[in-house]
Design a protein around this ligand. Structure first.
Ligand code: MG
Length: 162
């Protein structure tokens, strides 16, 4: 069986935080605020994967009230999500992520992001698409108050778990 899921996430841009997107640290004067490393692209992807498997959402599995996830590397959350799916007999088909940010430029970092996500998910880079767009200076992303990400994931059930 093939199933599809979507995810969406937003984090606020603030001073004195590192900017982590798609498992890559990007040089910028602002970083994303959050309980974990606030990797907006990975969080959207995790929700797409969990949604495809009907396994609730990232906040359900990794609550921001749990000190265990404070400053957490989101690549570890993603690896755990893939494990949760594997426990239900699911494997990744492909995923597609769109990052909405006015600045900094995402495109130079996309090959490194794909490498990071493929390593975390134990899949081929060809199964991962990452795209970036500005929002033409409109809205909170356009005003550089935050960064948003959307993701779609397709998963396949390779074994039936009773
Ligand atoms: Mg998030």
């Amino acid at each position: 069986m093939t199933r599809i899921g979507m995810g969406f996430d937003v984090h606020r841009l603030v001073p004195d935080r590192e900017l982590w997107i798609g498992g890559v640290k990007i040089d910028h004067e602002l970083g994303l605020l959050g309980h974990s490393d606030a990797d907006v692209a990975i969080h959207a992807l995790c929700d797409a994967l969990l949604g495809a498997a009907n396994l609730r959402d990232i906040g359900y599995h990794f609550p921001d009230t749990d000190p265990k996830w404070k400053g957490a590397d989101s690549r570890k959350l993603l690896a755990r999500v893939i494990e949760l799916l594997a426990e239900q007999g699911y494997t990744l088909g492909n995923c597609d992520i769109t990052i909405c940010a006015e600045r900094p430029k995402m495109n130079p970092h996309i090959p490194a992001m794909k490498q990071q996500l493929a390593a975390a998910m134990h899949c081929d880079e060809n199964q991962i698409s990452i795209k970036a767009t500005t929002t033409e200076r409109l809205g909170f992303t356009g005003r550089e108050e935050g960064i948003a990400a959307y993701a779609v994931a397709l998963i396949e059930q390779v074994s039936v778990v009773s």
